[in-house]
Design a protein around this ligand. Structure first.
Ligand SMILES: Cc1cc2nc3c(=O)[nH]c(=O)nc-3n(C[C@H](O)[C@H](O)[C@H](O)COP(=O)(O)OP(=O)(O)OC[C@H]3O[C@@H](n4cnc5c(N)ncnc54)[C@H](O)[C@@H]3O)c2cc1C
Length: 443
């Protein structure tokens, strides 16, 4: 991709601008080991962590961005960027680079004998989406964050062994280039993804009684990779014809390939008994002629905690963001937009609050509570095998429901939305919060 040319390849395990180490990091020698002091330690350099580093620097906070992997690295994903994600990327000065390669106008939804075209709605987030392979997208974000004046980046480095004092993270160990380094941060942003191994050490718990996703993606060569619509197939059937509780997607990438994948929804009580990789091959085969697909390559699957179904997301000086906080839309599995948004919200809080324990879950609920609660309730309905075959055909034939579906699939519901569909959604959301208050939604 062209931006790799601009920045050069990222092989160094430590990135900093000249003088940064000495000017902004107070490194002291304590016995044989060094201790580093930063305003913010950011664990994980996916979209959430890289954005947090970017916004920290904008606020004048010194930030240490750490990731266990070297970049570029792959991340199993659909690679789709909603207008909501694009608005955050615009703030970060990156939207133009992404839309130069590929722009999406909205969704085409298919299934149950129907097809509907749903342009991205006119909304505060804009009407342009994009898509980009995560190997390239995450690399771009890490490079961009690392180029900010207050950011020091350590890659191939793992954060572990927190020392807690009254719930505060006083110190952590970062194993970097074979050396254990002590880091003493004022604040810690935990952006360590779906498994959140570091978050677990702080008490993060994922509640699998709520809906979660299992999904697989692949890359298929196609001459239609500039197609400006992303495609979702709501009627997803197994090779023996049984309707599955999920959907398939084709996200063109503008580079001769499309990201082709499928996901299914599950709960502890109604686990989706689906081999997503097999289902993906069947799905891609069924569309191979229409899209002139090559064979699916780089097939990979992953789990997705969704809809805020985790607890233990904050302590006095630490906050979980992005996937670590289960900030993923239960209806479509998209989380890059929320990863970027929660990064900015968390950094804002670093400058505004002395103790995050109660205020961070409150902020998450204020921003996403209603929408996530309703979305995961609807998603839960989809885990009942009888739901889709009955309601799917109705949904695809009633325009108002389709517009609603498009909004839900695009993560585009906000308080400002004025049309009737939004108002129904918002009111229903309020009712659901009351009705389901026993369910864990951050805390
Ligand atoms: C199959 C699938 C399809 C999806 N499709 C889409 C889509 O089309 N659009 C969309 O918006 N979202 C999609 N999502 C969701 C999206 O991938 C996530 O929401 C997004 O990656 C969240 O970013 P993150 O920064 O929170 O976590 P990640 O991108 O997972 O980054 C976490 C980082 O933390 C690092 N790390 C972990 N532990 C440590 C540690 N102890 N020390 C140092 N580093 C550590 C990891 O190496 C990793 O790089 C999809 C997910 C799946 C599984």
């Amino acid at each position: 991709m062209y931006w790799l040319g601009i920045y050069g390849s990222l092989n160094n395990s430590s990135i900093h601008t000249p003088g940064k180490c000495f000017a902004r990091i107070l490194a002291t020698m304590e016995g044989v080991s060094q201790t580093f002091h930063f305003d913010v330690l950011i664990v994980g350099a996916g979209p959430a962590g890289a954005a947090a580093a970017f916004f920290a620097s904008k606020q004048g906070l010194s930030a240490l961005l750490v990731d266990a992997e070297q970049f570029p690295r792959d991340k199993t994903c659909g690679d789709g960027l909603t207008p909501r994600a694009m608005r955050m990327l615009e703030k970060m000065g990156l939207a133009g680079q992404l839309t130069a390669t590929y722009r999406s106008n909205g969704l085409k939804l298919h299934g149950f004998g129907g097809s509907v075209t749903a342009p991205w709605p006119d909304s505060p987030f804009g009407e342009v989406g994009s898509a980009c392979r995560r190997t390239e997208f995450d690399h771009l974000l890490v490079q961009h964050a690392s180029a900010q004046p207050e950011v020091t980046t350590w890659l191939g480095a793992t954060v572990h062994s927190p020392t807690l004092q009254g719930g505060r993270v006083a110190e952590v160990v970062v194993t970097h280039e074979g050396v254990d380094k002590q880091v003493r941060p004022r604040h810690v942003i935990v952006a360590d993804g779906v498994r959140s191994t570091f978050g677990k050490q702080l008490g993060r718990e994922w509640h699998r009684g709520e809906v979660y996703g299992i999904a697989a993606r692949s890359y298929c060569a196609t001459p239609l990779s500039d197609e400006p619509w992303i495609h979702s197939h709501l009627e997803l059937r197994s090779p023996d014809g049984v309707a599955q509780p999920g959907y398939g997607w084709i996200f063109p990438l503008g580079n001769g390939f499309a990201n082709v994948g499928c996901g299914a929804l599950s709960t502890d009580k109604r686990p989706a008994r689906v081999n997503t990789k097999k289902l993906l091959h069947h799905y891609a085969d069924s569309l191979a002629v229409e899209w002139s697909f090559g064979a699916p390559s780089e097939v990979a699957s992953a789990l997705l905690p969704m809809g805020g179904a985790v607890t233990g997301v904050a302590g006095p000086n630490w906050m979980l963001i992005g996937d670590a906080a289960a900030c993923v839309n239960p209806l479509n599995g998209e989380g890059i937009d929320y990863a970027l948004e929660t990064a900015e919200l968390a950094i804002d809080l670093c400058t505004a609050s002395k103790d995050f324990t109660l205020v961070w879950p409150f902020v998450l609920r204020e921003h996403y509570g209603e929408a996530f609660m309703l979305a995961r309730t609807l998603a839960r309905a989809l885990t009942y095998p009888q739901f889709l075959p009955v309601f799917g055909p109705v949904g695809l034939r009633v325009p108002i429901l389709m517009r609603s579906a498009a909004r839900l699939m695009g993560n585009l519901v906000t308080e400002e939305d004025r049309d009737m569909v939004s108002r129904v959604w918002q009111s229903a959301g309020r009712l659901m919060v009351g009705a389901r208050s026993e369910s864990p939604l951050w805390s």
